[in-house]
Design a protein around this ligand. Structure first.
Ligand SMILES: NC(=O)C1=CN([C@@H]2O[C@H](COP(=O)(O)OP(=O)(O)OC[C@H]3O[C@@H](n4cnc5c(N)ncnc54)[C@H](O)[C@@H]3O)[C@@H](O)[C@H]2O)C=CC1
Ligand SMILES: O=C(O)[C@H]1O[C@H](OP(=O)(O)OP(=O)(O)OC[C@H]2O[C@@H](n3ccc(=O)[nH]c3=O)[C@H](O)[C@@H]2O)[C@H](O)[C@@H](O)[C@@H]1O
Length: 446
């Protein structure tokens, strides 16, 4: 099939490349000429393992191209995929300006029948608006469908080539054949429903995963007070198939371009129909608090942050991505600076993006984890990059001014910590190390 994909962020680029690799002729469109120039040099504007190789193969085979000319792309395609951003407005609602503009541009460019598929995450009822915007710009007939995207950054290609399921929302049953045929090379598990339900499935899925994370984080906070180990608790809970083990990793809370924005948007969607989504509001509140627990733990350990030297390991919102959108590290580092700490930052790939968001004379940019830790009063591990698991913790303790390690992702096991001399404070697990007063506090509670 001939496809145009509008928007070359994670979703547009990865789905464009994956549709091309299944034999479709795909043109990816972006209004950002710099991105298109980069793509035409076969350089990916997103960090995603394997993407450049797949781009190169498909361009070489003549199935994939990149342009900023939306009109030309729409005219040569049978099906158009909308994958533009839907960021948050200040009140949490989804900002639909990119969607509306793209829909208008598509309507104006149309020169015949087209199918328009929305992959962007959009509030319930948005596809109806898209239909109206396009209809007001063209007299040619067209169909709309909602095919929400469930890929994760860092595993986006694998998630797209082998998804758990594909959800297709449509109002005209006549579209089912063409859309299921387009997606069947990826999976047999295709769920066809109406457009509004498809739109809601996307928000409900992200909100549910966010809820699992906040739930386990609250359990972790209680574990810390009663002397239980949340990683054991999660294993024990997760082996019940009704619960499932995924998304039960306690830590410093979720970040990224989607969970924070989509949870807030769903609260607004509910609010707009006079429904207070109390559970989801608490999920968001717990998530914010979880980031600040790192600060509280530092203060407990160091007494004051003024003048303290703090090493930060990892600033991206999760490993294998350079994305720092709504990364917990942003708020944590800003707070440390506000409290007068000197902060040494290291991340394998996300430091440039971080610096564009937040820079300050009190920040030191380091090129290795060891450099960031050297001479520090505490190191905070905020992103569970694989390389941090391999660090020699004996050497770490020796190079620090005070050997305090705050592990925000529960990366290390007891056997790695024992004998290192580190004071080790993780999330929802017993504190370890010479300086720890933890057992005394438990005794007080009991
Ligand atoms: N990032 C992710 O992992 C996932 C994102 N989503 C959803 O997919 C949508 C896209 O997200 P990202 O890929 O992160 O987006 P993004 O915001 O990184 O990129 C969107 C791109 O669209 C381009 N664009 C905007 N308006 C345009 C127009 N009228 N014509 C041509 N290009 C235009 C922008 O220049 C930008 O390059 C959002 O709704 C998001 O919630 C869904 C699943 C996963
Ligand atoms: O709509 C979206 O954009 C996407 O949002 C998430 O994908 P993503 O944000 O790439 O990353 P996740 O792997 O889901 O992690 C999100 C955040 O939750 C945190 N997390 C995840 C799992 C866990 O057990 N604990 C936990 O704290 C991660 O560290 C990260 O900060 C969803 O997993 C995707 O299905 C969805 O398509």
């Amino acid at each position: 099939m001939k496809l145009a994909v509008i928007g070359t962020g994670y979703v547009g680029l990865v789905s464009g490349v994956c549709f091309a690799s299944k034999g479709n002729e795909v043109v990816c469109v972006d209004m950002d000429q710099n991105k298109i120039d980069k793509l035409n040099r076969l350089q990916s504007p997103i960090y995603e393992p394997g993407i450049e190789q797949l781009m190169e193969e498909n361009v070489r085979e003549g199935r994939l191209s990149f342009t900023s000319d939306l009109q030309e792309a729409v005219r040569r395609s049978e099906l158009i995929i909308l994958a533009v951003g839907t960021p948050s407005l200040p009140n949490g609602e989804a900002n639909l300006q990119f969607i509306e503009r793209a829909a208008a541009d598509i309507g104006e460019a149309m020169d015949g029948y087209k199918i328009i598929v929305t992959k962007s995450t959009v509030p319930v009822g948005t596809n109806e608006k898209i239909r109206q915007v396009i209809a007001s710009r063209t007299s040619f007939s067209f169909e709309i469908a909602s095919v929400p995207e469930f890929l994760r950054e860092g595993t986006a290609i694998r998630d797209t080539l082998k998804p758990d399921r594909v959800v297709i929302g449509l109002d005209n049953p006549g579209l089912e054949g063409v859309l299921t045929a387009l997606h069947r090379p990826f999976t047999e598990n295709i769920f066809v429903t109406d457009i509004r339900s498809a739109e809601m499935i996307k928000y409900a899925s992200n909100a549910f995963l966010a809820t699992k994370i906040s739930f386990i984080n609250e359990i972790a906070n209680i574990c810390e007070k009663v002397g239980a180990d949340v990683t054991e608790v999660a294993k024990g809970m997760g082996s019940d198939q009704r619960i499932g083990s995924a998304f039960l990793r306690a830590g410093i809370g979720y970040g990224g371009s989607c969970f924070p924005k989509d949870t807030k948007a769903l609260i607004q969607i509910a609010g707009n129909v006079d429904y207070e989504f109390k559970l989801l509001k608490s999920v968001v509140e717990v998530n914010t608090g979880q980031r600040y627990n790192v600060i509280a733990k530092l203060k407990e350990s160091l007494e004051t942050l003024k003048g303290a030297r703090i090493g930060i390991w990892g600033v991206s919102f999760k490993p294998d991505t350079d994305d720092i959108r709504d990364a917990p590290a942003l708020e944590i580092v800003e707070t440390l600076i506000r409290e007068g700490a000197v902060v040494k930052l290291y991340d394998p790939i996300a430091l440039d993006n971080f610096r564009q968001q937040f820079d300050h004379p009190g920040l030191h940019w380091c090129s290795s984890a060891e450099e960031a830790a050297g001479g520090c009063d505490a190191v905070c591990l905020l992103t569970d990059w694989h390389e941090f698991k391999e660090i020699n913790l004996h050497k770490l303790a020796a190079m620090m001014r005070q050997p305090v390690l705050i592990d925000g992702r529960n990366v290390y096991g007891r056997e790695q910590i024992e004998g290192t001399g580190l004071e080790y404070i993780s999330v929802g697990r017993p504190h370890m190390g010479a300086y720890s007063e933890y057992p005394r506090k438990i005794a007080e509670v009991l």
